[in-house]
Design a protein around this ligand. Structure first.
Ligand code: BG6
Length: 499
């Protein structure tokens, strides 16, 4: 059940709000999933009239919404509930005035004091804003109303800063009112991983070290760092993608079945996967983790020349920030003992794809695996994006008089038809915040354990200067990444969808 509420977006004039949040609100409205009593307040530092704000939101919705604007009346109806409030995030007194503004809206929209505070701002503002929300009494969290907080990533830049931030937030909001966003969890196919695994007889009995040879998790991007140099310099691919999105993919792939489908049971099983990762000693990092940074090359989307990372705006000319990471890791529990997981993510790679590939072990070398050379293993690929679906490869006889065996596939694609555009991740996540379901958000101990693992890599890296750049834009990353997997007698999958 959705409860009436005000959505208060700090950073309401920013990129994230315009590209993701406002189109998501619009699409929820079209699907009838917004509460009856609802209004949105964008809090920003710029001077702006409500009319200007609404026409900018209208433009963003036209540009970024998955549902195109067909009924202008509907768009105007929802825009009439969008408000703009100019405010410096650090001006404490201003929060009381904001409180009065929200109260007036509560009265007009019958939202009864229920509020979602969405922090779509740079991470250094998280703590101070929460503190001021608290001091001004905007989040009483009493019996008559609730207030929730949504925190965008990055949640800290290491375990220590994440713990500090968490303390700041939990002083004001209890864990069940904190929604730490990892937008990958809102993607359709991430939610489908558990269904594929646990709602079928076919896969789960084979989902272990007796039948799986190894697993590859890839999330590659064609874009560079665009205009985010300022942020990315302090982050790099390890913190920007590995600590959150990639480890979420790992957790969902490797977790044990939860005892039931409630929020905490699922999160409990996910955390256990992180606990089964050992922090890496520096020699293990040197052997099992590869970092890279793109130099000049080709923009894979346009085919034009692309500048190197060090030439990007707001990036140091001798930057050691990595734009690529691949690693081999082991999940140290009974199910996965001996099965390597290979993870890779990077910018300026040949295509934009996210997928999980499960390669099953080869059968014993008798019968066909003895008689025929180069037979392929069974493979299940869960395709997250841009294609959404699952692909199962197995061996079959090639039709004809000659005895030949070829790999064939069953291929399920859920977004291949034009009218099957999946909801954007933010739609699902906003909807869940409004109805108070935090299953698709990150619990504190997930953040904590993921940083513990990631910190061990970052600390080892700090001690050694990399020789960057070490891959050309548009290529598959540094050569060491190829060596990382080939020394185990395996190769990286060609993950690009050529459809
Ligand atoms: C964000 C990262 O969290 O995820 C970006 O900060 C990255 O650097 C983006 O580009 C990738 O998301 P998606 O949904 O396009 O795969």
């Amino acid at each position: 059940m959705i409860i009436d509420a005000l959505l208060v977006v700090f950073g309401g004039t920013g990129d994230l709000a315009h590209r993701k949040l406002y189109p998501a609100v619009y699409n929820l409205y079209l699907s009838g999933l917004l509460p009856e009593n609802f209004a949105l307040v964008a809090v920003g530092r710029r001077d702006k009239s409500i009319q200007d704000f609404r026409s900018q939101v209208m433009e963003s919705i036209r540009e970024y919404s998955r549902n195109k604007v067909e009924d202008i009346d509907k768009l105007e109806k929802i825009l009439a509930r969008f408000y703009y409030y100019k405010k410096d995030f650090y001006d404490s007194q201003g929060y009381e005035r904001l409180g009065e503004f929200l109260k007036d809206l509560d009265d007009s929209y019958k939202t009864r004091g229920n509020r979602v505070f969405y922090l779509a701002v740079a991470p250094e503002h998280f703590g101070p804003i929460v503190e001021r929300i608290h001091s001004a009494g905007l989040a009483p969290n009493g019996k008559e109303s609730w207030q929730r907080i949504v925190i965008e990533k990055p949640f800290g830049k290491d375990l220590e800063s994440a713990a500090r931030l968490n303390e700041d937030i939990t002083r004001v909001f209890s864990e069940d009112h904190i929604y730490r966003i990892d937008h990958y969890l809102g993607k359709e196919m991430l939610q489908n991983i558990m269904v594929i695994r646990f709602a079928n007889t076919l896969f789960e009995p084979l989902w272990n070290n007796k039948h799986i040879d190894h697993i590859q998790i890839t999330s590659c991007e064609t874009i560079g760092i665009e205009n985010r140099g300022g942020y990315y310099e302090g982050s790099g691919a390890l913190r920007d993608m590995m600590q959150n999105h990639m480890l979420q993919l790992l957790m969902l792939t490797a977790m044990e079945p939860p005892v039931n489908l409630d929020t905490e049971s699922i999160r409990d099983e996910k955390v256990k996967v992180l606990k089964a990762l050992s922090a890496m000693a520096p020699e293990e990092v040197a052997r099992n983790v590869v970092r890279g940074q793109y130099g000049e090359g080709v923009d894979p989307d346009s085919g034009d020349r692309a500048i190197g990372y060090r030439q990007e705006d707001r990036v140091s000319r001798d930057s050691d920030t990595e734009t690529y990471v691949s690693m081999k890791l082991m999940v140290n529990n009974i199910r996965w003992a001996g099965v390597p997981f290979y993870l890779r993510t990077g910018k300026r790679l040949p295509c934009k794809t996210t997928e999980i590939a499960i390669e099953f072990s080869k059968p014993p070398e008798v019968l066909y695996f003895k008689e025929f050379q180069n037979l392929q293993s069974n493979l299940l690929v869960i395709k997250i994006q841009p294609r959404e679906g699952a692909f199962l490869q197995f061996n079959a006889k090639k039709p004809g008089a000659r005895s030949e065996i070829i790999p064939v596939a069953m291929d399920f694609c859920q977004n291949c038809t034009v009218d099957a555009v999946s909801a954007d991740a933010y739609e699902r996540l906003l909807y869940d915040v409004l109805r108070g379901d935090s299953t698709l958000f990150t619990r504190w101990d997930e953040v904590e354990h993921s940083w513990r693992f990631i910190d061990s890599i970052a600390e080892a890296w700090d001690k050694v200067s990399p020789s960057f750049p070490n891959y050309s834009a548009g290529s598959w990353g540094p050569d060491e990444a190829r060596v990382l997997i080939e020394r185990d007698g395996r190769i990286w999958r060609d993950v690009c969808d050529y459809y």
